[in-house]
Design a binder for this molecule. Structure first.
Ligand SMILES: *Cc1c(COP(=O)(O)O)cnc(C)c1O
Length: 454
């Protein structure tokens, strides 16, 4: 059987309607720099960093070598009750890069696990210190934290999560400050209203609330919603005031993506728990972390008989190959000043993105660093979206694929999340492809709808 047939016959892909895959199969064989190549030799820009992971491009020699060097020693041993060399080195490095209060690193293999762990830690923290009533979580509407049941319980994207409703634990939701959809589009008012709503919830319920989960500065999967200035720090103040643990999800935003090492630095926010993953290994291997404070750590530190242990772990927690890749990735961040590059080039990227706003069906363009979303609407004046069935952004992504660029939309939002090493020239080439595809597909779809009288 040929590869395409094999893939159609035996694979079941994540977040994929397999009927779509069967119509548009794609098998990647190799990658080099910011491009990947399929089995027929066609090359594509990796304009979404292989779903928001890639930093230095593919086949980065130093990363390849760091993994090979680690392989010469050992591939994996457990972290249950013992540790290993790169896991210890990486923990020290991560503590030095994150806000000063974060001193402890708990490893896992994916962003969802990192969030799951943070939620369980926050819950057990209050149990361990005897404030047993604090059991509930507040999460931000439209948020996304991964796909395990705990992470889904603090998530709230209906289209992904509604079906699992009966499986989820109950919690509170607080509105997201979505400026584009806020009447008058006033960022300050939108922020203040959202914070006010959060405060009245906290005022009433804080005695029952263990923690609050929030993506850092930008809601990623929710459509690249960039939070207005002062919102994240406002949430921090409220969490402190009402004695609620703040769990900041930096899985998408961490490691340079927004032009800071961590997005919470934009507002000098220091969370009680911080989750990171995605870019941690440069897009090479599955390692994620939940970081926390000495105060929370100490609430679990006691004689075994007290049963305050954090009873959670995974087979591959602290995997040496992954930790070695992460260490080399972070060394390259410093050597090549990746964060500085992104901060600098994202000013140029902003200019390129402004051109999208001239397209007839682009309603909003949102950006923080190299994290960008282009919202497609049927009517720019009324902000009326295309009908759900049109799948306009999906069709645009297929057009981009044809033109040699890969990305994956979220609803009506086209995503641009290029590898962090992308140069100005590459940014320009990629955005030109995206612009051409979005214009062509949206205009055609709008005409089709008009002719059909919809
Ligand atoms: C991707 C993502 C996750 C989930 O990470 P996985 O590694 O896919 O489990 C969690 N939170 C945010 C904000 C993400 O973008």
């Amino acid at each position: 059987m040929n590869l395409v047939d094999k893939s159609k016959k035996h694979l079941w892909l994540p977040f994929t309607q397999m009927k779509d895959y069967d119509e548009h199969p794609l098998i990647i064989e190799s990658g080099e720099g910011i491009k990947v190549k399929d089995i027929y030799g066609k090359e594509y820009f990796d304009a979404f960093s292989s779903v928001w992971l890639n930093v230095h491009g593919h086949r980065k020699q130093e990363l390849d070598e760091a993994i090979t060097a680690q392989l010469g020693k050992i591939a994996h041993s457990t972290l249950l009750g013992m540790t290993n060399v790169p896991a210890a080195d990486l923990a020290e490095k991560l503590v030095s890069l994150t806000p000063a209060e974060l001193t402890r690193v708990f490893y896992s293999d994916s962003g969802a696990e990192a969030v799951e762990i943070a939620v369980k830690m926050a819950f057990q923290y209050w149990q361990n210190i005897g404030k047993t009533q604090k059991q509930k979580f507040i999460s931000v509407k439209n948020g996304y934290h991964g796909d395990t049941i705990g992470a889904v319980s603090v998530g709230s994207i209906d289209i992904f999560h509604a079906v699992y409703g009966p499986l989820m634990f109950e919690g509170y939701r607080t509105p997201v400050p979505n400026v584009y959809r806020y009447p008058g589009e006033s960022p300050d008012k939108c922020r203040d209203e959202s914070l006010k709503s959060l405060e009245s919830l906290l005022e009433e319920e804080h005695e029952n609330i263990a923690g609050l989960t929030i993506e850092s500065m930008v809601q990623g999967a929710g459509g690249m919603i960039v939070m207005p200035e002062g919102y994240l720090s406002g949430v921090r103040q409220l969490c402190t005031k009402y004695d609620v643990l703040m769990i900041v999800d930096e899985v998408a935003t961490g490691f340079g993506r927004t032009g800071k090492m961590f997005a919470c630095e934009h507002e000098a926010v220091s969370p009680d728990l911080l989750c990171a993953g995605k870019g941690l290994t440069g897009g090479y291997l599955p390692v994620a972390v939940t970081m926390t404070t000495e105060q929370i750590y100490e609430a679990f530190y006691d004689d075994y008989e007290t049963l305050k242990t954090f009873f959670h772990g995974h087979s591959y927690t602290g995997n040496q190959l992954g930790c070695a890749a992460a260490l080399e990735n972070l060394r390259l961040f410093e050597q090549d000043d990746i964060v500085g590059l992104v901060a600098d080039r994202s000013v140029y990227l902003q200019r390129l993105l402004t051109e999208f706003t001239e397209l007839p069906h682009v309603g909003d363009v949102r950006q923080l660093g190299y994290m960008c979303g282009i919202e497609i609407v049927l009517n720019k004046k009324t902000k009326e979206p295309f009908p759900f069935e049109s799948r306009t952004a999906y069709k645009a992504s297929l057009k981009m694929r044809e033109l040699g660029l890969l990305t994956r939309p979220m609803g009506d939002v086209s995503v641009f999340m290029p590898p962090l090493v992308s140069t100005k020239e590459e940014l320009r080439e990629m955005t030109e492809i995206m612009k051409e595809a979005i214009e062509k597909v949206t205009v055609e779809e709008a005409e089709r709808l008009e002719q059909a009288g919809i």
